[in-house]
Design a protein around this ligand. Structure first.
Ligand SMILES: [Zn+2]
Length: 327
């Protein structure tokens, strides 16, 4: 039996709304062609209830004529009191914001919760943070990370949902390898095909189940606590906003989102803000490599430290120069 409801007309929307409106929180994940990129097209918006007991797969393309029927759902997405459990909210947030003129509120990003738990719950030390940056195909040799303390200060590697499922021991199976292989071979345009095969719909719904499992695990192990949720909500909102303000970038763009967490996300920006000429994001001075005279900052690099690191990870030669700082 299918564990999900496919929503592609008014009747199923109404049914989904009745169930979703009664859930204490929602689990959200989107699928589409190159979502978040300049040629991105949203195909499916999957929304689950608590513990993924119900999963609704909204066919964004088929539902275009039913826009007015979606209004109550969009109100739910905007309601900050209804938390939205997500894994790396950046691209989904941007797609939903532009498709439905609806900015998700109350996002609880599990990817950030995982990063935060390394230090606060698991007691990971500096060498482990550096080790994580140097692993996972980021092409950053450990000696490079260790050799430039200033560049890598407070910079964290983020991981994919699959890798977290393995690390937590929740699943060794993860995503359907057949679909992952199809993605690798033909790209993500397969999400635009209609009718969608039940295999693809299943794959999309399965992500919601995995997110539900992760969330339960995070709460059980204290990676998410009632006292820490307020901070996590703020961090998640900054994470979503940073990507939204940067806007769509070409797929694989050197300054696009990567497996290196941008700065000014875990911590609130402090002091004067400056624009990075890579990601174009306004960030505090701490996010840049600086040149000091005594204790006074005289200049900063034209791109932020994470953009500098991304040029290294992606092996791109990008001109970087000093910009005078007058405080
Ligand atoms: Zn930058």
């Amino acid at each position: 039996m299918d564990r999900y409801t496919y929503c592609n007309e008014a009747g199923t929307i109404a049914y989904a709304l009745c169930i979703l409106a009664n859930s204490p929180y929602l689990i959200i994940d989107c699928e589409g062609k190159n979502i978040g990129a300049v040629d991105g097209v949203l195909s499916l918006m999957c929304i689950g209830t608590a513990r993924a007991e119900h999963i609704f797969v909204f066919d964004v393309i088929a539902l275009k004529p039913f826009h007015s029927h979606l209004m109550p759902l969009l109100a739910l997405l905007r309601n900050p009191n209804v938390h939205k459990i997500m894994w790396d909210c950046r691209k989904d947030f941007l797609e939903i914001a532009q498709m439905y003129e609806t900015k998700l509120q109350g996002v609880v990003d599990l990817q950030l919760a995982e990063v935060e738990s390394r230090r606060t719950v698991r007691g990971e030390k500096e060498f482990r943070r550096e080790g994580r940056l140097a692993s996972g195909g980021r092409r950053l040799p450990l000696r490079v990370v260790k050799g430039d303390k200033d560049l890598f200060r407070d910079v964290h590697a983020v991981q994919g949902m699959d890798s977290c499922l393995r690390e937590t021991g929740l699943s060794t199976e993860g995503k359907d390898p057949e679909i992952v292989a199809m993605h690798k071979a033909n790209g993500s345009a397969l999400w635009l095909e209609r009718p969608l095969s039940s295999k693809l719909l299943h794959y999309a719904a399965h992500d919601i189940e995995m997110l539900g499992d992760l969330y339960e695990h995070f709460v059980r192990t204290g990676w998410i606590t009632s006292s820490g949720i307020h901070l996590l909500l703020e961090q998640s909102a900054r994470y979503a906003d940073a990507a939204y303000n940067q806007g769509r970038v070409p797929e694989g763009d050197v300054f696009g989102s990567s497996a290196v967490l941008p700065l000014d996300i875990l911590k609130e920006p402090l002091g004067i803000m400056m624009m990075c000429e890579g990601c174009r994001r306004m960030q505090s001075l701490l996010c840049f490599t600086t040149l000091k005279q005594g204790r006074q900052v005289k200049a900063r690099k034209s791109i932020c430290r994470v953009c500098q690191i991304n040029t290294m990870v992606r092996n791109v030669d990008h001109p970087v120069y000093w910009v005078k700082v007058s405080l």
